[in-house]
Design a protein. Structure first.
Lengths: 261, 319
C-alpha cells in the first residue's frame, strides 16, 4: 500500500511560454491513483495547455512532469499514450469519415501484438485479436449508448454523441489516467447529467484516475473530489468542491471575467 | 472469424475464373497481341495504382514520385536477368527490395513535410531518380537498356497483381492499416491514440515503393528496351489519376481507375490529341459530380447484393 501513496501524476514548477505569453506559470499539482480531479478557470487560463503538456503535444519550457515517479518530459504523444495517459479534445477530433466502431478500434492500436507477417498472411494471432478488438469496442460503445450507431459515420452523430465517442475511444487505449477536456461542452442539462453518471461508472469499472476540465459547475462540483482553479496560467486555489465554492479568490476570478454558469 | 477466410477464398476463386477466361481467350487467339499487351499493362497499372493508393489514399500522404520507384524496380530487374542471368522471380524480388529500401531512405526525411511540400519533394525525387539512371552508362544511360528478354506474360502479371491486392487488402484491414487511415483522418488524434505516425507513414511509403518496384520489373520484361523516359513525372501523374478517378482509399477504385485509364489510352491510341482532351474532360466532370472518385471509400464487397452473395457463400450471419 505504501506505493499507492506516491502520486500517479505530478507536475513540478511547470511553465510554458509562447513567444512572450506565459500560458502556464510555475504549475505544481499532483493526482493520486484513483482520484477524480477537476481543473477549472476562465477561458484562456491555460487549462488545455496543461493537457497538451501532460500528453507531450508541447514540451514544457521549464519544469518536470512525472508519471508513476518517472519523467515523461520530451516523450512523444504516442509514447505517453502507450504509458497509460489518454485524452479527449476540447475541439472534437474524431476520425470523422470513419465509422463509429472504427474510431474505437483504432485506439486499441498500442495493445495489438500480431505483427506485419501475421497481418498480411492472416494467420497466427490476427483473427483472435481482431475478434477481441471488435467485441471490446462494441462493449465500450454500449456503455456510452452508441452501440446502435456503430456502423454510422462519426461526423453524422449529434454533437453530444460525438463527445461521448471521444471518451469511448480514449478508454479503448486502456489508460491509467484519463484526461477529459470540457466533455460536457455543448450538451444539454439532461445529457450532462447522464455524462456525469457515465464518468462515475467507468471510473469504478476501469479503475481509472480522471482529470477533468469543465465549465459546467454542476458537473464539476457534483463529481470531483478535489479541484484546482487556474487563472492566467497560475493556480489560485485548490481544495474540495465546498472549499472552492466559498473561496473569495475564485469568486473574484469568475465574477471578474465571466459569469458563473 | 472463419467467414473472413471463406470470403478471401471466394475472391480467390473469382480471380482464378477470371484468369482462366482471359488466358483461354489468349490461347484461342480471340484476344490479339494488341489487347494482350494492354491487358498486361492494366495488371501492371493496377499494382501501381493500388500501391500508390496505400500512400496517397489510405495514409493521406501526397506522393507524386511513384514512377521513380517503378524505374528502380525495372532497372534492377533487367540488370538481374540480363547481366546476372537470374530468373524473373529473383529479379522482381530484388527490384522490390531496392525500391523499398530507397522508399524507406527517402520517406524518412520527406514524410516530415506535409501536403503540398511533400508533393513537391516527392515529385523532385522521382525526377532525380530518373536523371541519375540517365547518367549511369552501365544501364545504357539516356539511350535506354536494350536486349531485355521477354519474360513477362499474362500469367505472371495476373498472379503478381492478385498477390499485391491480397497483401494491401490484408494490410489495410488490420491494426496497422487502421493506424495509417487514422493518420489520414486526423494526425493529432492518431498520435493521441498511441499511433507512431512517423513509423506508419514511412511503412506505407516503403511498402508502396516496393510494390512499384515489382510493377517496374514486370513492365520492363514485357519490352525489348526500356529507357528513363518511360518513368517521367507524367507517368507518376498518370498513376495519380488512376487513384483519384477510382477513389482515394478504395482498392476496388484503384482497380477500376487503372482499368479505365489504360483502356481509354489503348482505345484512343491512334488519336493522341483526343486522348488528352478526353482525360481532361473526364477529370473535370469527376471533380464536379463525384469529387471522392468513382468508389470513394467503398469497396465492391460493401455493395448490398455482392455483400449478400459473399455472406451467403461464407455462411456469415451478418453483423
Ligand atoms: N500553440 C500556441 N501558441 C501560442 N499561444 C497559445 C498556444 N496554445 C495556447 N496559447 C495561448 O495560451 C493561453 C491559454 O490557452 P488554453 O490553454 O487553450 O486556455 P484554456 O483551455 O484554459 O481556455 C491562451 O492565451 C492561448 O491563446
Ligand atoms: Mg481549453
Amino acid at each position: 500500500m505504501a506505493e499507492n501513496k506516491k502520486p500517479l501524476l505530478k507536475a513540478e514548477d511547470v511553465s510554458e511560454v509562447f513567444g512572450g505569453l506565459k500560458a502556464v506559470a510555475d504549475f505544481n499539482f499532483y493526482i493520486n491513483r484513483g482520484e477524480l480531479i477537476g481543473l477549472i478557470g476562465p477561458n484562456g487560463a491555460g487549462k488545455t495547455t496543461i493537457f497538451n503538456l501532460i500528453t507531450g503535444v508541447y514540451v514544457p519550457t521549464t519544469g518536470e512532469i512525472l508519471l508513476d515517479g518517472e519523467s515523461i518530459v520530451g516523450q512523444k504523444p504516442y509514447e505517453i499514450t502507450q504509458r497509460g495517459i489518454a485524452r479527449t479534445f476540447q475541439n472534437i477530433r474524431l476520425f470523422s469519415e470513419l465509422s463509429v466502431l472504427d474510431n474505437v478500434k483504432i485506439a486499441y492500436h498500442c495493445h495489438v501484438k500480431y505483427n506485419l507477417l501475421e497481418t498480411v498472411l492472416r494467420m497466427g494471432r490476427y483473427f483472435g485479436e481482431e475478434d477481441e478488438i471488435t467485441q471490446e469496442s462494441l462493449k465500450l460503445l454500449k456503455i456510452f449508448k452508441l452501440d446502435e450507431h456503430a456502423h454510422e459515420v462519426a461526423k453524422n452523430l449529434p454533437y453530444g454523441a460525438q463527445r461521448r465517442l471521444e471518451i469511448a475511444r480514449a478508454l479503448a487505449a486502456k489508460p491509467k489516467l484519463l484526461l477529459l477536456d470540457e466533455p460536457a461542452a455543448g450538451m444539454n442539462p439532461q445529457e450532462t447529467h447522464e455524462l456525469m453518471e457515465m464518468i462515475r461508472w467507468i471510473r469504478k469499472q476501469f479503475d481509472l484516475t480522471v482529470l477533468l476540465i469543465e465549465h459546467d459547475m454542476s458537473l464539476v462540483m457534483g463529481i470531483c473530489e478535489r479541484i484546482y482553479v487556474l487563472e492566467y496560467g497560475m493556480i489560485i486555489a485548490e481544495g474540495t468542491p465546498a472549499e472552492i465554492q466559498n473561496n473569495p479568490e475564485v469568486i473574484r476570478a469568475y465574477l471578474g471575467t465571466e459569469t458563473v454558469n | 472469424m472463419n467467414s473472413i477466410r471463406k470470403r478471401d477464398l471466394a475472391m480467390l476463386i473469382f480471380g482464378l475464373i477470371l484468369y482462366g477466361a482471359i488466358q483461354g481467350m489468349i490461347s484461342e487467339k480471340i484476344i490479339g497481341s494488341f489487347w494482350q499487351l494492354n491487358i498486361i499493362l492494366i495488371c501492371v497499372n493496377v499494382i501501381m495504382a493500388v500501391s500508390l493508393n496505400l500512400i496517397n489514399g489510405y495514409t493521406g500522404q501526397f506522393s507524386l514520385g511513384h514512377a521513380g520507384f517503378m524505374a528502380v524496380g525495372a532497372y534492377v530487374g533487367v540488370v538481374a536477368t540480363v547481366n546476372f542471368q537470374l530468373p524473373l522471380i529473383a529479379a522482381l524480388i530484388l527490384g522490390a527490395l531496392c525500391a523499398g529500401a530507397l522508399g524507406f531512405l527517402i520517406g524518412l526525411p520527406t514524410l516530415r513535410l506535409r501536403g503540398d511540400y511533400l508533393a513537391i519533394a516527392t515529385l523532385g525525387l522521382g525526377e532525380i531518380i530518373r536523371i541519375v539512371i540517365m547518367n549511369i552508362e552501365y544501364v545504357g544511360g539516356a539511350a535506354g537498356f536494350k536486349g531485355i528478354p521477354h519474360l513477362t506474360n499474362f500469367t505472371w502479371v495476373f498472379f503478381t497483381m492478385l498477390f499485391t491486392l491480397f497483401f494491401i487488402k490484408n494490410f489495410v484491414n488490420s491494426s496497422h492499416g487502421r493506424a495509417c487511415i487514422a493518420i489520414r483522418e486526423n494526425e493529432i488524434a492518431a498520435e493521441a491514440m498511441g499511433v507512431n505516425t512517423t513509423k506508419y507513414k514511412v511503412m506505407a511509403f516503403t511498402i508502396g515503393a516496393a510494390f512499384a518496384g515489382i510493377a517496374g520489373g514486370l513492365f520492363a520484361h514485357q519490352f525489348y528496351l526500356i529507357s528513363p523516359n518511360s518513368f517521367t513525372f507524367l507517368s507518376s501523374f498518370n498513376y495519380l489519376i488512376m487513384v483519384v478517378l477510382g477513389g482515394m482509399g478504395s482498392i476496388t477504385g484503384s482497380i477500376a481507375g487503372a482499368f479505365v485509364v489504360t483502356f481509354i489510352s489503348a482505345a484512343l491510341a491512334s488519336f493522341p490529341e483526343a486522348r488528352m482532351i478526353i482525360y481532361a474532360l473526364a477529370l473535370i466532370l469527376l471533380m464536379f459530380y463525384r469529387p471522392q472518385g468513382l468508389f470513394g471509400y467503398m469497396e465492391v464487397t460493401n455493395f448490398a447484393p455482392i455483400k449478400k452473395l459473399l455472406d451467403k457463400i461464407s455462411g456469415n450471419k451478418g453483423v
